[in-house]
Design a protein around this ligand. Structure first.
Ligand SMILES: C[S@@+](CC[C@H](N)C(=O)[O-])C[C@H]1O[C@@H](n2cnc3c(N)ncnc32)[C@H](O)[C@@H]1O
Length: 348
């Protein structure tokens, strides 16, 4: 399949040699790295030290590039097969910084996949593939606040990101097909809007059920969590930062209680507005930290819901491990929990 035979992969000779100069390779890729015919020998990427440097003037191999057969003709053919524009969108200007986040060969493969996926039209298939790509990014990170704990030690073979993208797409297609099979005939098609939880584009008193997981107070910086996605999928970080609720600024708990309660009142009011009398809301919430102190999330939700006619009906809670040292200090031996809360809109 064309997806798996493209893009070129970089095989670093050794990790230490590659560390610094590889940014030069990424810069090459960003400008459209020359892609050669496959040879039995990988193409060496070299870097010369300046004549003036001690022991300078020598060429060093910093990486070896294995290329698939894609000269301009091959590239045009592949693009035609996939129905995409040969010149695709430009890589993000900040690609160089991504070398900190990914192993070089993984970065190259992901960049190639991105080029293919982003060149697809903004239709159902294009959006579904962008969704799949988005879900892969964090999985393959080696460093950074959102990287998996074992990210740096993980060995990722060439071709794994491509295979995983194809697997995710197949899984999504299977899931959607299964959902469609179980949906009774005549059910209206789902409508999806992207927006702000404080201003839902939904008529008042029209919803029977709201299912949501609103932000956890002062625990995460959601924008930082989505950092790579803004860059890779061309999304606006500024817009997201303006609307994100409950986010900590620098460290856990540096959210003021007043600000958080005002924000919470806004999204709770929106839930109450759209629910019809007798309608229910099912919320997953986590205990948070405001003004540097632990906050009991169910109490906060109950207090915000009471004046809106939202009555607590049932809850289930489960303690969560405290990996963050500051969180552990703030909770000081108390469990930090996540809760599933059921509320009902009082019938007037
Ligand atoms: C506790 S998380 C829930 C995550 C969700 N369950 C998921 O799997 O993606 C809260 C989510 O609310 C989002 N969020 C923050 N402010 C928002 C707003 N004003 N409108 C809509 N969503 C917001 C955050 O980006 C975050 O993804």
């Amino acid at each position: 399949m064309a997806l798996t035979s493209w893009p070129p992969s970089v095989v670093p000779e050794t990790r230490t040699v590659v560390r610094l100069p590889v940014s030069a390779i990424v810069a090459l890729a960003a400008r459209g790295m020359p892609v050669r015919r496959a040879t039995s020998r990988p193409w060496a990427v070299t870097r010369s030290t300046p004549n003036t440097a001690p022991g300078g003037g020598r060429k060093r191999t910093v990486a070896r590039v294995m290329c698939t057969q894609l000269e301009s003709r091959g590239r045009r053919k592949t693009c035609a097969e996939l129905g995409i524009t040969p010149n695709g969108p430009a890589l993000p200007a900040t690609t160089n910084c991504e070398i900190e986040r990914f192993h070089p060969h993984v970065l190259f493969e992901l960049l190639g996949l991105r080029e293919l996926v982003m060149a697809l039209p903004d239709d159902d298939v294009g959006r579904a593939l962008r969704l799949c790509l988005s879900s892969l990014l964090v999985k393959f990170m080696k460093a950074g606040p959102t990287a998996p704990r074992d990210g740096a030690a993980k060995r990722i073979a060439r071709g794994v990101p491509s295979r995983m993208l194809a697997d995710r797409a197949a899984e999504l297609a299977r899931g959607l097909a299964a959902l469609e099979r179980r949906t009774p005939p005549g059910t209206p098609a789902a409508q999806i809007w992207e927006g702000d939880a404080r201003e839902l584009p939904i008529e008042a008193s029209s919803a029977a059920l709201v299912i949501s997981s609103p932000p956890y107070a002062g625990t995460y910086d959601y924008a930082a969590i989505h950092d790579a996605r803004f860059l890779w999928l061309g999304l606006s970080e500024t817009k997201f930062r303006r609307m994100q609720l409950g986010a900590r600024a620098n460290q856990v708990g540096d959210v003021s209680g007043d600000a958080w309660r005002a924000q919470q009142a806004r999204f709770m009011a929106e839930i109450a507005r759209v629910l019809r009398p007798g309608g229910r809301a099912l919320l997953v919430v986590g205990d948070g930290v405001v003004d540097g102190r632990a906050e009991n999330a169910p109490d906060g939700i109950a207090a915000a819901g009471a004046p809106l006619g939202l009555e607590p009906i049932a809850r289930a809670s489960q303690a969560r491990p405290l990996h963050d040292r500051r969180l552990a200090t703030i909770f000081a031996g108390q469990p930090r929990r996540e809760h599933l809360l059921l509320l009902e809109k009082r019938a007037r």
